[in-house]
Design a protein around this ligand. Structure first.
Ligand code: AMP
Length: 553
C-alpha cells in the first residue's frame, strides 16, 4: 500500500523562500575592489524576484529556457542561482576558465537564451561572441566593465541593476513543479573530448543540500559564515550557496580575488567559519599564512577535495595554523558530494589520521561498489582495488543530449544497471572508507603491476622543499610504462633530485621509484585548478622537458 504522507515537491523555490524569510538577517558579503559589499538574504530574495520579472517580462524567458552565468562567486551570481531555477527555467553555469572553443561549444550546445556576465569578464565573452549561435538573444552585464566590447553582438545588451530596478520584489515562484525537472546545467571540465552536460534536478539539489548541512559534512548553521573558494561554475560550488540559503549560514564571496594575499586578508577581516577549495588553492595560501600576520582563528573547518589532498598539506594546516582540514571526494556527476573523511568517534588525534587522509566515508544516500578488471565485484576489504561505481538520488544517470535531444548514456560512463562509472580506482574498507589510488587513465601500468601516481605525489609533496609534484606515466621499452616525476621546488630550495629520490625511497617500494625526473616552474592546471596530466604527458612526448635519469645509487 502507499503511505499516507504528503507528496510535496522538493524545489529550489522552497530554498529561496525559506532563506529569504526565516533567515532574512543572514548576509552575503562580496569582496570587491571598493571594499566588502553586504546584502541580507531578504535583499537577495527581493532582488532575485526582480531578476525573475526582468528575465520573464523583458527578456522573454519561459519554460525551460537556459539562462547562463559567466561570473565569479558574488552576490549577483547568488541571485541568479536562486531566481533562475525558482522561476522554472534552467541555470547554466559557464566555466570562465575554459578555452574559448569549449566555451562557445557549450553555450551553443545548451542553446542558452541569456548570458549574465560580470563586467570584469566581458573580454572573455567578447572573444567568443562571433562563434555563438543566434539562439543567444540577450547579454546582461553585472558590475562595471567595458560594454563597448559587445558592440558586435546582434542581440540585446542590458545592465543588470538597471534591468531589475523598479520591478516587484516578490514573484510567483514555481514551488509545485515536478521536482524531477532540470534546475541547473553544469558541464564537466573534461580534459579530453567535448565537455558533457549534467542536468541537476530540483530534487537532487534539495537532497544534496540537506546532505551538505548534516553534522558530518559542512553542518551549516546561522552562526556560520561559509567562504566558497571553489567557483560557483564548478559543480554549484559544491552545493554551498544553496545549502547556506537553506540553513541560514552567511556567505563570504571572494569574487575574483583568489590570490593568497587577498584571501588571507578577507579571512582575517570577515572571519569565515568554513571554507572549501581544491588543494592547489590551499597550498598557495599556506605560504602566505606562514609568512604574514593574519588571523584565521575563525575557521572551524576547511574542506579540501576535487583532487587528492596531500597529507602533508593537511598536517601543515593542522599543526601550524590550528585549522582542521577535512578531505572530501566527488565529481560533477555526483553533485558533487560523494564522501567526506570524518573519522569515527573515540579516537585520539593521532589515531584519526589514517581515516582523515582517505577520500572519506559514503553517506547513506550514495551507494558504492568496486569493479575489477574483468567486470567482477571486488570486496570492500581495504585491499582489493577496482573502479568505483556509485548510485544515488544526486548521482547523474545520463548526460544532457543538447536542446531538444534525448539524454545520452555512454557505456563507458554508465553500467548496464544504471550505476555511474566514475573512472576512479581505489579501495573501500569494510567500514566504508574510500581510498583512491588514481584516475583509471592516470594509473602507471609498469610490467603488469600498477603504480599509483597519487601515492608518489603525496610522498614527494611531504618533502619540505617541494611546493608541488605531479607524476605521470610515460612509455618505457622494458616495462610498458614507468613514472615520470615533475617537481616544483619552493623558492630558495637547495634539495637536488638525488635527495628527493632518496627521500622517496624511504617511503615507497623501490620498484615504484621513478627513474625519470624533471624540475619544472609550475605544474599545468585544468580550468578548475587540478593537475593537467594530459599536458605533462604531451610535453614529455614533445621532448619539451629537461628530464634527468636517476637509477639506484
Ligand atoms: P570534476 O568533475 O571536475 O569535479 O572531477 C571529478 C574528479 O576529481 C573525480 O572523478 C576524481 O578523479 C577527482 N577527485 C575529486 N575529489 C578527489 C579527492 N578527494 N581525491 C582524489 N581525487 C579526487
Amino acid at each position: 500500500m502507499f503511505s499516507t504522507m504528503q507528496d510535496v515537491p522538493l524545489t529550489v523555490a522552497r530554498i529561496l523562500e525559506h532563506g529569504s524569510t526565516v533567515h532574512a538577517r543572514s548576509t552575503v558579503t562580496t569582496w570587491d575592489v571598493t571594499g566588502p559589499v553586504v546584502r541580507t538574504y531578504a535583499e537577495v530574495g527581493a532582488r532575485a524576484a526582480q531578476l525573475a520579472h526582468a528575465l520573464r517580462d523583458e527578456l522573454g524567458v519561459t519554460g525551460d529556457d537556459r539562462v547562463a552565468t559567466l561570473m565569479w562567486n558574488n552576490d549577483f551570481h547568488l541571485e541568479a542561482y536562486l531566481a533562475v531555477p525558482s522561476m522554472g527555467a534552467v541555470l547554466h553555469t559557464l566555466n570562465l576558465r575554459l578555452p574559448s572553443q569549449q566555451l562557445s561549444f557549450i553555450v551553443n550546445h545548451a542553446a542558452d537564451r541569456v548570458v549574465i556576465v560580470n563586467g570584469s569578464v566581458l573580454p572573455l565573452l567578447a572573444a567568443v561572441l562571433p562563434d555563438l549561435a543566434p539562439t543567444l538573444k540577450h547579454v546582461v552585464v553585472a558590475g562595471p566593465g567595458d560594454r563597448s566590447l559587445l558592440a558586435g553582438f546582434a542581440g540585446g545588451v542590458h545592465d543588470y541593476d538597471e534591468l531589475i530596478a523598479d520591478r516587484p520584489t516578490d514573484y510567483p515562484w514555481q514551488r509545485d513543479i515536478d521536482e524531477r525537472q532540470a534546475a541547473v546545467l553544469c558541464y564537466t571540465s573534461g580534459t579530453t573530448g567535448d565537455p558533457k552536460g549534467v542536468l541537476y534536478s530540483h530534487r537532487s539539489i534539495y537532497l544534496h543540500c540537506m546532505q551538505v548541512n548534516t553534522g558530518d559534512n559542512f553542518a551549516f548553521t546561522p552562526r556560520d559564515t561559509a567562504l566558497p573558494v571553489v567557483p560557483m561554475f564548478h559543480v554549484n560550488a559544491w552545493g554551498i550557496p544553496h545549502a547556506a540559503f537553506m540553513s541560514g549560514a552567511n556567505l563570504l564571496m571572494p569574487d575574483r580575488f583568489l590570490q593568497p594575499k587577498p584571501m588571507a586578508e578577507m579571512i582575517t577581516a570577515v572571519r569565515p567559519t568554513v571554507s572549501a577549495a581544491v588543494p592547489t588553492i590551499w597550498s598557495g595560501l599556506l605560504d602566505e599564512l606562514d609568512a604574514g600576520d593574519y588571523d584565521t582563528s575563525s575557521l572551524r573547518m576547511v574542506v579540501i577535495g576535487g583532487s587528492a589532498c596531500p597529507p602533508s598539506l593537511m598536517k601543515a594546516y593542522d599543526e601550524r595554523h590550528g585549522i582542521r582540514v577535512l578531505h572530501a571526494w566527488g565529481m560533477t556527476e555526483t553533485s558533487p558530494l560523494g564522501c567526506f573523511a570524518q573519522p569515527p568517534g573515540g579516537l585520539t588525534p593521532e589515531e584519526e589520521w589514517p581515516y582523515r587522509i582517505t577520500q572519506g566515508l559514503f553517506p547513506a544516500s550514495v551507494e558504492a561498489r568496486l569493479i575489477g578488471p574483468g567486470g567482477e565485484r571486488m570486496p570492500h576489504d581495504g585491499a582489493a582495488a577496482g573502479e568505483l561505481e556509485v548510485r544515488g538520488p544526486w548521482i547523474a544517470g545520463a548526460y544532457y543530449g543538447g536542446a531538444g535531444q534525448d539524454p545520452v548514456r555512454p557505456d563507458d560512463k554508465f553500467s548496464e544497471d544504471g550505476w555511474l562509472r566514475t573512472g576512479d580506482v581505489g579501495t573501500i574498507t569494510a567500514d566504508g572508507y574510500l581510498t583512491l589510488t588514481d584516475r583509471a587513465k592516470d594509473v602507471i601500468k609498469s610490467g603488469g603491476e600498477w603504480i599509483s601516481s597519487v601515492e608518489l605525489e603525496n610522498a614527494l609533496m611531504g618533502h619540505p622543499q617541494v611546493a608541488e609534484a605531479a607524476v605521470v606515466a610515460v612509455p618505457d621499452e622494458k616495462w610498458g610504462e614507468r613514472p615520470l616525476a615533475t617537481v616544483v621546488l619552493r623558492p630558495g630550495a637547495t634539495a637536488g633530485l638525488r635527495e628527493l629520490r632518496a627521500f622517496l625511497a624511504e617511503r615507497i617500494a623501490s620498484w615504484q621509484l621513478p627513474e625519470r625526473w624533471a624540475i619544472v616552474e609550475s605544474v599545468p592546471k585544468t580550468s578548475v585548478g587540478k593537475f593537467d596530466k594530459k599536458v605533462i604527458r604531451a610535453s614529455y612526448a614533445a621532448d619539451e622537458l629537461d628530464v634527468a635519469t636517476l637509477g639506484k645509487e
